[in-house]
Every structure is written in structure tokens, then in C-alpha cells.
Design a protein around this ligand. Structure first.
Ligand code: HAM
Length: 421
């Protein structure tokens, strides 16, 4: 017996139906927003992720050498790969470039409920649009996806990491450490770092600012705490709120939260996270924001913004709110009555499949009673009994599995009878 590796999952048919339901809502909405699908490799050069994603991600990488001695890593996210692809191939295309992708990513984290080592993301990026309308567009897609899945209890928190960056007069590496301590709300570490950098005085206003969360009114409060350093970034959030309303995202769909810092180092402006209250410790179902990676990979300066939703967690949130669709069962299960009828039954099942019905046929040569038990067990909507007597009349017997009602149906109206049944 083999066990699957720690932090990975097997997904059965019922799980996959729910996962595909959630994924398809995202894909449909992204397409309706004008995003187009792309795909990038599952593994990349190790450097791609060590360049700018930050120490938290680097610590969690599945890194390895291949047989040619190359340093590689399984992707821990999509953004770096998409920006590599943009710089090498996509940048001559008309801007803005709006792309989405879905798939598995890998992080060596301590597994628990909702936190896995292989998990799935639904990811969208806009490259080369103007900052404000692009940020509004990705937020409208991220929040709209929640609504399209039927989630009502999730909330988005929107901040601006540009404000904190502007307030911290440090080298990038020192800034990253301070931001990391704020992200983790690790205030002893924050104080220690600020003391090391000779700016203990920043501790109190920073602690107060990251606790600010609410409506438009908190922006004024943040401005009081931060002074001139925060003005531009806070004004940006005010303008964003106006544009979000026009994009169909109401003020009840999100709160401003000055404490959204994000775990990845490449963010530069608007940042956001989406939480589900039903998931316990790992409640973040998505996050993203404006960032700067193209420049790091050798491209010119362009606006970049996007997000990723955690599919595994979204499905858990949808289950908790009861919004997932049940797996679609068979429309018809075809049962030959005796071996002589197998060929005719095969023709019947082919005909039904040709009409895009979900149809299956007995593969074990079981008798009618056992076959009806099976049809019942797999939740088939109808059973089609192909017997000699009916065949002579050009018909089959159609049984409604729920009511047990059975009637003869001419073969040429079987498809319609199953569709309407
Ligand atoms: P992230 O916040 O690292 O952002 O991941 C996005 C989402 O993936 C999280 O909100 C969470 O739902 C899910 N997630 C993260 N780790 C795990 C895990 N171990 N198990 C299950 N789900 C997990 C990014 O990855 C950025 N690339 C998002 C982005 C795109 N920013 C700009 N563009």
C-alpha cells in the first residue's frame, strides 16, 4: 500500500464536480471581462522565484536539480511565470494584456485543514493598463467571482502597500523585514527591527495604522497618523472606491484595511485579500494587488495587477454556504435483457451519447434486477431496458428511476423522452 505524499489530496468524482463548478464560474466571468487563457510550465528555473517573491516563498519552494544539473523549482504561484512569459513573448502584443490561468501550485508548508503542499489557484493578471481602471477591473473580477459562485459571506479587504512603503525610509531588504513583521502582526519583531534601524518612533503609528479597517472614514484617520506620507496613496483608494461602484462593486462588498500587507514581496500599490468566515484558521480564499515584476525580469516599466483565488478553499467556502451544484448523474443507464440484445443495446447507448446525453451501459452482463440496483446506486435518472419483445415493436422500455414508472417508447422518440423525463 502506498500513501499519498503529505499535504497532497486525491479528489473523487463528487469533489471534482464541485471543483469544476467553482472553476467554471471563474473562467466564465474572466472571459466575460475580456481575459484570455494562458498556460505556463509546472516547473521553472529556481531563480525566477528567488528574484523577487520574498523569503517566505523561497523557504517553501520545492526546489531540485534535474539530471542536467539545472536548478529548478515547482511553481509556488503563477504571477512570476506569467510575467516571465510576458517579458519574453507577450510584450509586443497590444496592451493591456489580460490573461488568466488555472492549475496546481506547490509550497512546502505545514499542512492542515485548507493548507496543502499542492493546491490549486485561479489566477488573473492585467499588464500594461492604466493603474486605477486596471485595479478596479481585477477587483471587480475577484469579487464578482465570489458572487458568481453564490458566496454571500465572504468579504474583501482593500489596502495600499504603497502607503506603508512610502512611510518606511529604509532599503528594500529592511523594508521587507518590517513589512513582514506587520503582515504577521508580530509587534515584538516590529519593535526590534525598528530599534535596529534607529526608528523606534515609527512603531506606534504603524501599529495603529495596520489596525484601521472599515469604510471611507478610516482613510482620514490613516492620514492623521501618517501625515503627508500617506496622502497620495489614500487619495488613490478614494478614487478606486468611486470606480468600483461604477464597476458594480458596492461598498458592502469590501472594507478598506490598512493592515493588508501580503506575504509576497513584489506588491507596490493597491493590495487586497478576501476571507471566508467559515474556514477557521486558513480563511483567506484569495489575494492580490498591483506589483512590479516585469522590470525585475528585464522588461520595461508597466503597470501590473492581478490576483489568485485558492480553489481548494473556495470550494470549502461554497460547501459551507451550500452553493455548490450536485454532481450531474447519468441521464440513462442502458440494460440489455439477455446476451442477444447486447448489440442492440450498444446501438441505443451510442445514439444517446451522440445526442450529448450522459448514457452508460451494463459492462458485466448482469441480470435486469442487479442492473436496476446498480442504476439506482449510481443515481441514474432513467433506465432503458432493451428486450426482445419491445425490439420487435421498434421500441425499448424506459423506466423513471425515481418513480419506478415504466413505459414502452419507440426508439425514434427515446432521446426526447429522456430529455423531457
Ligand atoms: P497568495 O496570497 O500567496 O497570492 O495565494 C493566493 C491564494 O492561494 C490564497 O489566498 C489562498 O486562498 C491560496 N493558498 C495559498 N497557500 C495555500 C495552501 N498552502 N493551501 C491551499 N491554498 C493556499 C499569490 O499566489 C499571488 N500570486 C496572487 C497574485 C496574482 N498577485 C498578483 N497576481
Amino acid at each position: 500500500m502506498f500513501e499519498r505524499p503529505r499535504g497532497t489530496n486525491d479528489w473523487g468524482p463528487e469533489d471534482m464536480a464541485k471543483r469544476r463548478f467553482v472553476e467554471s464560474r471563474f473562467v466564465q466571468l474572466a472571459e466575460s471581462f475580456g481575459f484570455r487563457e494562458v498556460s505556463t510550465p509546472t516547473f521553472e528555473s529556481l531563480d525566477l522565484f528567488t528574484a523577487k517573491s520574498g523569503p517566505a516563498i523561497v523557504r517553501e519552494l520545492y526546489a531540485f536539480k534535474d539530471q542536467g544539473g539545472r536548478d529548478l523549482a515547482l511553481r509556488p504561484e503563477f504571477t512570476a511565470s506569467i510575467l516571465r512569459f510576458y517579458v519574453s513573448d507577450l510584450r509586443s502584443r497590444p496592451k493591456p494584456i489580460k490573461v488568466y490561468t488555472t492549475g496546481n501550485v506547490f509550497r512546502y508548508e505545514e499542512p492542515q485543514k485548507g493548507r496543502y503542499r499542492e493546491f490549486f489557484q485561479l489566477n488573473a493578471e492585467i499588464i500594461g493598463g492604466a493603474t486605477l481602471p486596471s485595479d478596479a477591473d481585477v477587483l471587480a473580477l475577484a469579487i464578482g467571482t465570489m458572487r458568481a459562485i453564490g458566496l454571500k459571506q465572504v468579504t474583501a479587504r482593500i489596502g495600499n502597500i504603497g502607503i506603508l512603503r512610502g512611510y518606511l525610509p529604509f532599503e528594500p531588504a529592511d523594508q521587507a523585514v518590517v513589512l513582514h513583521s506587520l503582515d504577521k502582526r508580530n509587534f515584538p519583531m516590529l519593535d526590534a527591527e525598528l530599534a535596529r534601524l534607529g526608528r523606534k518612533d515609527l512603531g506606534e503609528p504603524l501599529r495603529k495604522v495596520v489596525e484601521l479597517s472599515g469604510g471611507m472614514e478610516i482613510l482620514g484617520r490613516a492620514e492623521k497618523l501618517l501625515g503627508g506620507a500617506g496622502r497620495e496613496g489614500l487619495e488613490y483608494l478614494r478614487q478606486l472606491a468611486g470606480l468600483l461602484t461604477a464597476n458594480g462593486v458596492g461598498s458592502s462588498d469590501y472594507a478598506f484595511d490598512m493592515g493588508v500587507v501580503r506575504g509576497l514581496d513584489y506588491y507596490t500599490g493597491m493590495v487586497f485579500e478576501i476571507d471566508s468566515p467559515n474556514l477557521g484558521a486558513e480563511k483567506q480564499v484569495g489575494g492580490g494587488g498591483a506589483y512590479s515584476l516585469a522590470e525585475v525580469f528585464g522588461g520595461e516599466r508597466v503597470a501590473q495587477t492581478g490576483f489568485a483565488l485558492g480553489l481548494d478553499r473556495l470550494v470549502m467556502a461554497a460547501e459551507a454556504e451550500g452553493t455548490t451544484e450536485a454532481a450531474r448523474a447519468l441521464d440513462a443507464y442502458v440494460i440489455p435483457i439477455g446476451d442477444e440484445m447486447r448489440k442492440r443495446a450498444s446501438e441505443v447507448v451510442s445514439m444517446l451519447r451522440g445526442a450529448s446525453l450522459r448514457a452508460d451501459i451494463d459492462l458485466l452482463g448482469r441480470g435486469p434486477t442487479k442492473n436496476l440496483d446498480y442504476a439506482n446506486a449510481v443515481g441514474a435518472r432513467t433506465a432503458v431496458l432493451v428486450g426482445e419483445k419491445e425490439a420487435k415493436a421498434g421500441a425499448v422500455a424506459l423506466r423513471d428511476m425515481k418513480s419506478g414508472a415504466q413505459r414502452d417508447v419507440p426508439l425514434d422518440s427515446l432521446i426526447e423522452a429522456i430529455r423531457n423525463g
